[in-house]
Design a protein around this ligand. Structure first.
Ligand code: HAX
Length: 435
């Protein structure tokens, strides 16, 4: 039977010729122009990356290989007919570009299981960290520590050619995705459950086993994990974690380095850390104004106070999206199905009714709607996962599926080292004077 790697090679390698031909035959085609505004707004709107795994539409939200979240919900294989798609299925879709059937998803689950053994020294690195260290600090360090295992790095040392280097990249990526749930759950149990570790259950799927190793064997939590780990997996190429993986990988740094760096980026409050900030902000609001659904006027005042003191309202706004994030809506649906009477879930709903209306009154804010992070913390908290410093690690485990799939494609395409040009302030001022 054809292995995942053989199948990937059969699908991916012919695509490399298309990219080479694009560069050779159409390299001088103009795609758009860059304004001073583009540069000073963090390159928003400037097309400068080739990403095959997903594409974000400002109005509609994310499509993974052309499929929207509702379409994936319908078409990706599930464990239970009425349940959530298996994240392994999305991983397969992003890697191969085609929807898997259940047997193909099972094959991914089996392969990840086989590769899931984490080397002992990685646990030693985690154990050496103080208990006061933030989970994302430990998570990034553990990922980088695992670079001792890199087949990519070894193959490069041994002189592998550019054409073949995707192969050890594929090996590293599969090993990383396989091992992240073990690393993450080990950190969780060490920090919050007296280091009482739980062994993997290799009969479970990737997400179900992750919930199990964290200590949550309730079937609803496993469903939550499947949903959570598939909706956070990718958001096209320009977001900080995806772009970092691509950028660091472009120096032919090994996939462990590239993903470890990406996790340092995800740990920023304007990116993945927002899922913790939302809960911190909400809890402070509750302390100050009482239960938020009791008074919409007081929510309004609290939001205004947040903005007027120079801070952002976490979980709201987006660099690309201009509508409610469909990933927020999937979580809302899940929450209302399983936890309609939970006060936190209700609080998220009350904020959704008020916050966008307040944000709309600030002209500078381009998107007043909630993003993925506005909901995830409340769901985790509702199931008793109350250690919100850890939430960004969960996001990181999921994000691996998309950014690491793309990293293998980067090596298939033979994309070069990324090296945009920069200019001095004097140069920009000169351009501004020009007619
Ligand atoms: N609250 C208050 N002010 C906001 C805001 C919010 N939620 N969203 C944007 N703004 C402000 C910006 O800070 C900026 O202000 P200044 O001009 O004074 O600097 C102005 O509005 C214009 O920003 P923008 O163009 O609308 O948004 P950006 O593309 O610059 O930033 C962010 C996008 C997501 C970083 C931004 O909306 C934000 O800070 N949101 C809150 C943090 C958050 O939820 N981050 C998670 C985003 C999703 C994600 O990546 N998850 O991982």
């Amino acid at each position: 039977m054809e292995s995942l790697k053989e199948k990937f090679a059969r699908i991916a390698l012919p695509q490399a010729d298309k990219v080479k031909e694009l560069a050779r035959e159409h390299g001088d085609k103009v795609l758009g122009e860059v304004t001073i505004g583009n540069v000073l707004s963090g390159m928003k709107g400037v097309v400068s990356l080739l990403t095959v795994t997903s594409k974000l539409d400002p109005e509609e939200g994310i499509r993974f290989r052309g499929y929207s979240i509702p379409e994936l919900h319908k078409n990706l294989p599930k464990l239970h007919p009425e349940g959530e798609p298996l994240p392994e299925g999305l991983f397969y879709l992003m890697l191969m570009g085609e929807l898997p059937d259940k047997a193909q998803v099972d094959m991914v689950s089996r392969e990840l299981n086989m590769r899931s053994q984490v080397p002992k020294h990685v646990f030693d690195v985690i154990d050496a960290m103080p208990l006061t260290a933030k989970p994302m600090t430990i998570f990034s360090a553990a990922i980088i520590a695992m670079a001792t295992e890199s087949r990519f790095q070894k193959a490069y040392r041994e002189g592998i050619g550019k054409k073949d280097i995707w192969e050890p990249a594929f090996e590293d990526v599969m090993n990383l995705v396989a091992r992240l749930p073990r690393i993450a759950s080990y950190i969780y149990r060490r920090l919050y459950h007296q280091n009482m570790q739980i062994e993997a259950d290799h009969y479970l799927d990737w997400a179900g086993n992750f919930a199990h190793m964290m200590g949550y064997d309730n079937e609803e939590v496993k469903r939550l994990f499947r949903m959570y780990l598939y909706i956070h997996a990718d958001h096209e190429g320009g977001n900080v974690s995806a772009h970092t993986t691509h950028l660091v990988g472009s120096a032919l740094s090994n996939p462990y380095y590239a993903f470890g760096a990406a996790m340092a980026g995800l740990a920023g409050p304007l990116h993945g850390l927002a899922n913790q900030e939302v809960i911190r902000w909400l809890q402070k609001m509750i302390e100050e104004i009482g239960y938020v659904c009791d008074s919409k006027e007081r929510i309004r005042e609290y939001v205004v106070k947040t903005i007027e003191s120079g801070r952002v309202v976490p979980g709201y706004g987006h660099a690309v999206l201009r509508k409610t994030d469909p990933r927020f809506l999937v979580q809302r649906e899940f929450a209302l199905k399983y936890l309609p009477n939970n006060p936190l879930i209700q609080a998220v709903g009350c904020l959704y009714e008020v916050v966008p209306e307040v944000l709309k009154t600030y002209q500078k804010i381009k998107n007043p709607w909630p993003n993925v992070d506005a909901h995830s913390g409340a769901l985790l908290l509702a199931y008793g996962i109350k250690e919100y410093d850890f939430y960004t690690v969960l996001f990181g485990v999921s994000r691996a599926l998309g950014v690491l799939s793309q990293l293998v494609w980067d090596r298939v395409f033979g994309l070069p080292i990324e090296r945009p040009s920069s200019q001095t302030l004097e140069w920009f001022l000169e351009q501004a004077e020009k007619k």
